[in-house]
Design a protein around this ligand. Structure first.
Ligand SMILES: [Zn+2]
Length: 274
């Protein structure tokens, strides 16, 4: 699937850079995958696991001295709606933060319209389960008929968060309604440290769920919005594989580092994608 026509231009700021950023989505030919085109230079970065250069707080891609950051939410919207060929035209070097979710991107895609490709993309299947783990996070991938994902988060030191889970089944659930609107989040206590590292410069109460010491500082869209957002991120990072995944995923406290490691493992038979 690709876009039926170029989308409107979406304006905003980069969540981490704080700089003005704009984005437009364009149709692409079958098999071309996701390509970020940076304006005004027109230089391009293919969205694939081999081009991941950093995963602290967001997923950053780079090649030949150019880079683009916070790619996971737009890639999640594209894969979530079954789009696997698109050019993502960007100015500002970062995908606009919008409201911290992927809903503005699914709206942009639906407004532009989608069309099937003449040669449909083939799904990636597993022949045996995969298990990866890193510093308390783990993901299990099991062969299955269609894509589903379960995410579990655990914050034992934050009583009002505790344990929460989100489940998405491609065959039964609506990505645009159930997953895309879940916003990114951050602890108020971590914002200063994040900013000292040059991250989160564009984060405001309008584009992130703010977590206080003993309560949510932002009204929630779903009781388990945090787990739904991590599921959104997981789908976005795994979109780096470049094709639908026919498997069931179980992810405990997933993050961009582990997600992109799994994307890399799942891409190992198709290095030509990059
Ligand atoms: Zn995210």
């Amino acid at each position: 699937m690709t876009l039926a026509a170029p989308s409107a231009i979406l304006q905003g700021v980069g969540l981490h850079s704080g700089a003005d950023a704009s984005l437009r989505l364009l149709p692409a030919s079958a098999g071309s995958g996701f390509v970020f085109r940076l304006l005004p230079s027109g230089q391009e970065i293919v969205a694939c696991a081999a081009n991941v250069i950093d995963t602290s707080r967001c997923t950053r891609l780079g090649t030949n001295g150019i880079e683009v950051q916070t790619v996971e939410h737009i890639l999640s919207a594209l894969a979530g709606l079954g789009v696997y060929d698109a050019v993502i035209e960007l100015s500002g070097g970062e995908v606009p933060a919008t409201d911290g979710s992927a809903a503005p991107f699914t709206a942009l895609l639906n407004e532009a319209g989608l069309r099937p490709q003449e040669i449909p993309v083939t799904a990636l299947t597993l022949t045996q389960p995969l298990y990866i783990t890193d510093r308390g996070s783990s993901i299990i991938a099991i062969p299955a008929e269609n894509f589903s994902a379960t995410v579990v988060l655990d914050y034992p030191k934050v009583s009002y968060l505790g344990t929460q889970a989100a489940v998405y089944d491609e065959g039964a659930d609506d990505y645009a309604g159930q997953i895309a609107p879940a916003r990114t989040f951050g602890f108020l206590s971590e914002i200063e440290a994040l900013r000292a590292r040059g991250l989160g410069l564009g984060a405001t109460r309008d584009n992130a769920v703010v977590l206080g010491e003993d309560r949510y500082e932002t009204p929630l869209r779903f009781p388990n919005e945090l787990a739904r957002h991590k599921l959104l991120d997981l789908i976005g990072d795994l979109a780096l594989v470049g094709r639908p995944l026919q498997m069931a995923l179980f992810a405990i406290k997933p993050g961009h580092t582990l997600n992109t490691r799994l994307a890399s493992l799942l891409s190992s038979d198709r290095p030509e994608n990059c």
